[in-house]
Design a protein around this ligand. Structure first.
Ligand code: 6GU
Length: 238
């Protein structure tokens, strides 16, 4: 998977993308990341990337010409890429959308800044507008990092088999069960008995019930879309 990121702040990405899973994905040749400075696609002496909105109002908009030139240029590097725009007006980003995006041949991510982007860029170039939650970020860069991280972990071979994405929260539509490691007692709190039983069926049942209970308590909205067995439904009603 090739990611190309169009931003006014490429340096924001360099530290984060040089570590951990994203670093490993690049080292294994499973992902490639291109960072592109939108300002490099301006043609005026002042390298202008923003302008005031028609109709008035506060703030500045990203003007269309440098963005269009940047997208056209990057499309040559990333053929058949899907073009994403990070914006608080976008579709909510979910694990399901991350899974969909992980199957694409490539992604071009346009990081929105200032008060927004000239609407004609949305109309002409953008396939999906994506928001990472109902709060305001200073720009789309952090959202783009979230997107690259969550999509990268779903690409086969990026994670080792012992950190499989399948057991993650949302992999099955539920929150994860609680986890414990040594010691067996800590600050007067014991590890739950089923985990020490050595009985794999008992452990699996306890974990499933904990995942169901936690999801019902914290995120009841998720239960509507989770794959639930008859036993799961019985437990939730108990
Ligand atoms: Cl994608 N961009 C900005 N600026 N703020 C956000 C966001 C994106 N998602 C949530 N808040």
């Amino acid at each position: 998977m090739r990611f190309d990121i169009l931003t006014l702040f490429p340096d924001m990405f360099r530290g984060p993308f040089d570590e951990s899973i994203i670093r490993r994905g690049q080292d294994k040749g499973l992902i490639q990341i291109g960072l592109h400075q939108i300002r490099d696609y301006t043609v005026d002496r002042h390298r202008t990337v923003d302008d005031t909105p028609y109709g008035g109002g506060a703030g500045m908009l990203m003007k269309p010409e440098p963005l269009a030139a940047a997208i056209e240029s990057v499309k040559q590097l990333n053929a058949d890429a899907t073009v994403l725009l990070t914006t608080p007006q976008g579709r909510p980003f979910t694990h399901t959308l991350a899974q969909e995006l992980s199957l694409k041949p490539g992604l071009i991510i346009l990081c929105g800044r200032y008060e927004g982007v000239d609407e004609r860029i949305h109309q002409h170039y953008v396939d999906h507008e994506i928001s990472i939650g109902d709060y305001v970020l200073s720009g789309g860069e952090l959202a783009a990092m979230v997107l690259v991280d969550s999509v990268t972990r779903l690409i086969p071979g990026v994670l080792g088999s012992d950190e499989s994405a399948l057991t993650d929260s949302f992999g099955d539509g539920l929150l994860e069960y609680p986890q414990y490691t040594r010691p067996p007692e800590f600050n007067g709190l014991a590890v739950p008995a089923p985990l020490l039983s050595g009985n794999h069926a008992e452990i699996a049942k306890w974990r499933r019930e904990q995942a169901l209970r936690r999801t019902a308590e914290r995120r009841p909205d998720l239960l509507a879309h989770a794959a639930l067995s008859a036993a799961d439904r019985l437990f939730l009603r108990s």
